[in-house]
Design a protein around this ligand. Structure first.
Ligand code: GLN
Length: 500
């Protein structure tokens, strides 16, 4: 690692090794990334807050540990961009909303704490759709993020800031949350790797809730191995989260190193493809299927008929839960308070604050959810959606009785232009067509780059889906695809993103 370009282009695994061997200091690595952020983030807008002092202090602590001869963890000194939906003690946390502008949490999320304990250097907090509702990061109250492949296009959402930070070489690691696709879809459209771990395997304590039965934090990186290293750092049982799974974390790093699909049975989901899917996306997907076959996987077609109803079920369940979760923003407990002139009632101040503090998409969801949960309509909407959820889980159970993993495109299209779907919620919701079933069922899924679409030269993602607690299979398959495609095309991100 001789120069700054090497420092920002290295993988997390390489950087950690270089720091552990003394080839480079953690402070040099942190400074190189802070400089990169300083140089490009005005254009990209991946970050809402950069914690220069905190990052350098964390890096100094890693260097001091090494100097004292203490053993360093596998990610010690590696910089990371953290989605602004996890609490960070004393550091602004907004969830992309005006409602939380200026709020400094009094505590760290469990995930934040684990990262700090692993010696990971948190560079700052990344931009996101308000309260993680969206597929483009355009719903952020703080303005959109650009896709480093083409700054006039969206970087996906809701975790567009985290994915863009990776693709722009502002950080080698990032954290996202995936309620309906917000890790995988941004990964797909930025040419990066994104993983939604099994529901309950990464703690939600300190994750600002959108839809509690769906929300899951997870790793984002430029390589499958880096994602695996981060996965092992953040996953594991947490007594502070009542939905946390008390089970061993699957050996995802070993699986990523194994990178072998020989003898695996891979199911192609027949429902995902056809009308509405971009030709170049389907072309790269079909090539990936053939690639897996050539690597020794057995390919079968699998029909999951209930997946057709996943999107409408999700758009009843997620808004229902959000209408309840967001009730806490009452102008009394956190952040914003509007119209408190000493004469208005608490109810009036709450109403004025919610009117001013929430953006249009958040209001739409609260309205939808409140309606779906109202006594006259509960069974017709929320109740029916829960039944569909069960049917989707059964489709997965049937499929996984036959195959080890399922695959599909991650998204129907590549990155679309900023503004194109901003006024069309239905078009926006379609971006998550392929990712939502795994949130409803709670199993594990990954998006891994599988080339560029020929018609627009933009990244395409391959989605790999595994049963709950079999996250290691994602990494086995993902690493095999990554290695085979690197031989063919070179890593898509080895060339500097053209727009920067
Ligand atoms: N795009 C989906 C939504 O708007 C998913 C968001 C997410 O995963 N956080 O709800």
């Amino acid at each position: 690692m001789r120069n700054v370009t090497d420092l920002i282009r290295s993988t997390a695994a390489q950087t950690a090794n270089a720091i552990a061997s003394g080839e480079v200091s953690a402070v040099e690595v942190a400074q190189a990334h802070l400089d990169r952020i300083g140089a490009v983030d005005e254009k990209v807008h991946a970050f809402l807050h950069v914690d220069t002092e905190g990052a350098l202090e964390a890096a100094r602590a890693v260097d001091a540990k090494r100097a004292a001869g203490e053993e360093l963890g596998p990610l010690a000194g590696v910089p990371l961009a953290l989605k602004d939906v996890f609490t960070t003690k004393g550091i602004p946390t907004t969830a992309g909303s005006k409602m939380l502008e200026g709020w400094r949490p009094p505590y760290d999320a469990t995930l934040t704490r684990r990262l700090k304990e692993a010696g990971v250097v948190i560079l700052g907090k990344t931009n996101m759709d308000e309260f993680a509702m969206g597929s483009s990061t355009e719903n952020s109250a703080y303005g959109p993020t650009g896709n480093p492949w083409d700054l006039s296009r969206i970087p996906g959402g809701s975790g567009g800031g985290s994915a863009a930070a990776l693709a722009a070489y502002e950080a080698p690691l990032a954290i996202g949350t995936d309620t309906g696709g917000s890790i995988r879809q941004p990964g797909a459209v930025t040419g990066t790797v994104g993983v939604k771990p099994t529901y309950g395997s990464v703690s939600r304590y300190g994750l600002i809730a959108f839809s509690s039965s769906l929300d899951q934090g997870g790793p984002c990186a430029r390589t499958v191995l880096d994602a695996a290293l981060l996965h092992e750092a953040i996953a594991g049982w947490d007594p502070m989260d009542s939905t946390s799974i008390n089970a061993p974390v699957p050996a995802v790093v070993a699986a990523a190193r194994q990178a072998d699909v020989k003898g695996m049975r891979v199911g192609v989901v027949t429902e995902f493809g056809g009308e509405g899917y971009q030709a170049g996306v389907m072309q790269r997907f079909h090539e990936s299927v053939e690639l897996l076959r050539s690597l020794g996987a057995e390919i079968v077609e699998i029909s999951c008929p209930s997946f057709t109803y996943a999107l409408p079920a999700y758009y009843l369940i997620a808004p229902s839960e959000c209408s309840s979760n967001l009730a806490r923003f009452d102008a009394m407990r956190y952040g914003l308070r509007v119209g408190d002139n000493g004469e208005r009632s608490a109810e009036e101040v709450t109403a004025l604050t919610r009117e001013a503090g929430f953006g249009p998409e958040v209001k739409r969801r609260i309205m939808l959810g409140t309606y779906a949960l109202s006594s006259g309509y509960y069974d017709a909407y929320y109740g029916s959606a829960q039944k569909v959820r069960t049917l989707i889980t059964r489709d997965f159970d049937r499929a996984f009785a036959d195959v080890d993993v399922l695959i599909s495109p991650t998204t129907p299209t590549t990155a679309f232009p900023i503004g194109e779907r901003a006024d069309d919620p239905m078009a926006m919701y379609l971006a998550d067509l392929c990712t939502i079933p795994s949130n409803l069922a709670g199993n594990a899924a990954m998006s891994v780059p599988c080339g560029l679409a020929p018609e627009d030269n933009l990244p395409v993602g391959l989605q790999i889906i595994a049963p709950a607690l079999a996250d290691d299979r994602l990494y086995r398959v993902g690493a095999a695809v990554e290695a085979a495609l690197n031989d063919k095309w070179g890593h898509p991100l080895l060339e500097e993103a053209p727009a920067l």
